[in-house]
Design a protein around this ligand. Structure first.
Ligand SMILES: [Fe+2]
Length: 256
């Protein structure tokens, strides 16, 4: 976290939000994913079911405090990315009551299939990737309706990160599903994240406005310092092209 703050000052980013993952879901990972991440694999059982360790509220918030003391010139927001918030309402409420979280994202990383919970690689295997994406987007309204504990909907295009590299992703083929999901997020009074890990397609930003979306936030999903704000330049251009403008402070949502 200190490395990320130092990086922010180095590249002129005025504010940083540490939206630490809060996951209660037990999900089944594919072999490849586990092989790529020994850290993740350390939380998996023999069947590949991953259980996140309990969230250490005190440890997390004291780490944020430490960063604030060390980097007084940087605006540092505490935060969470709550995975599947609608499925764990009570457990999430306990954490939110235990401390102050400035920026709370809600996200959907996968879908239940029978008794198991799959992320996109396994969903693609199960449904085929087109059907998997349609189902993923189709489930977004339930995430919003089922939890008012988050302000920002994160990476709406999460399954697209797993699209084959030799195949261009065309959002037009999923316009209806995207629009339904975006409308639910807008009607729920939430903010859409422009996650720059995979640049959100400009068309999706246009649909966001047309479906009533009025605010966006920027997230680089940087899990290590060097990735902080990667892709922001392009994301900012896309946001501006669709009429969104910065607020008074660096950490404010952009609105239109
Ligand atoms: Fe995420």
């Amino acid at each position: 976290m200190e490395g990320t703050c130092a990086r922010a000052l180095e590249i002129g980013v005025p504010a940083v939000a540490f939206t630490e993952h809060l996951d209660h879901i037990v999900w089944t990972a594919d072999r490849e994913t586990l092989a790529e991440s020994p850290h993740l694999a350390s939380f998996a059982d023999a069947q590949g079911r991953v259980t996140a360790p309990p969230f250490d509220v005190e440890g997390y918030l004291s780490a944020v405090e430490r960063c604030r003391e060390r980097f007084p010139g940087l605006r540092i927001l505490s935060g969470l990315e709550i995975g599947e918030p609608h499925l764990h309402v009570k457990a999430v409420a306990v954490i939110l009551r235990a401390g102050r979280f400035d920026r709370v994202l809600g996200s959907q990383h996968g879908l239940p299939v029978g008794e198991t919970f799959y992320e996109p690689p396994m969903l693609f295997e199960h449904y085929g990737r087109e059907e998997a994406l349609r189902r993923y987007l189709g489930a977004v309204p339930a995430v919003v309706a089922g939890s008012d504990n988050f302000a920002v909907f994160a990476h709406i295009d999460y399954p697209v990160r797993f699209w084959p590299t030799d195949e261009m992703f065309d959002p037009m083929a999923y316009e209806e599903e995207f629009r339904l999901a975006l409308r639910a997020i807008a009607d729920g009074g939430r903010v859409l994240e422009l996650n720059s890990k995979l640049p959100l397609h400009p068309e999706v930003v246009r649909w966001w406005r047309e479906e009533g979306g009025r605010a966006i936030s920027f997230g680089s999903d940087a899990h290590y310092p060097a990735a902080l704000a990667e892709g922001f330049r392009e994301a900012v251009h896309i946001a501006e092209a669709h009429g969104f403008r910065a607020g008074r402070h660096g950490h404010d949502f952009w609105t239109c």
